[in-house]
Design a binder for this molecule. Sequence first.
Ligand code: FES
Length: 146
Amino acid sequence: MNNRWTPRIVVFQCQYSLYCEADQRWMDTQLPPHIKLISVPCTGRISPLFVLNAIQGGADGLLISGCQPEKCHYKEGNLGARRQLDEFWRFLTYLGMEEERMRFAWIDLSERGRIQQELADLEEAIRAIGPIRRLVTRAIPVGENP
Ligand code: FES
């Protein structure tokens, strides 16, 4: 794959998912321009439509970053998100999307450097498979057989 190509990555971060201070400062001020941070109240609030919008907007990969399973402020919002988004992602992979383009990371205050590592790993995996492909190349008019 072309090494000059830089994948675009969207990070959905739960606002309560606390990174260590240095990591949060890095997220707030030094995030590379090809990584877009979207803060959400809880990963449980991430609709599959958010994921679809990110992909339609040109994201090559997504990271869902939330609280540890037992530390979700909305009891099991993160577990619900995992179930729902996993299911949605399986549907997208059925349509041809590569599985490697989306990851979950439950990160805790004590895991210094983990968010950078997760993003680096995701970026490396996406570089290996290349830019995202459009799943639908043309609209099919109603009544026409594909
Ligand atoms: S409050 Fe953080 S994942 Fe639910």
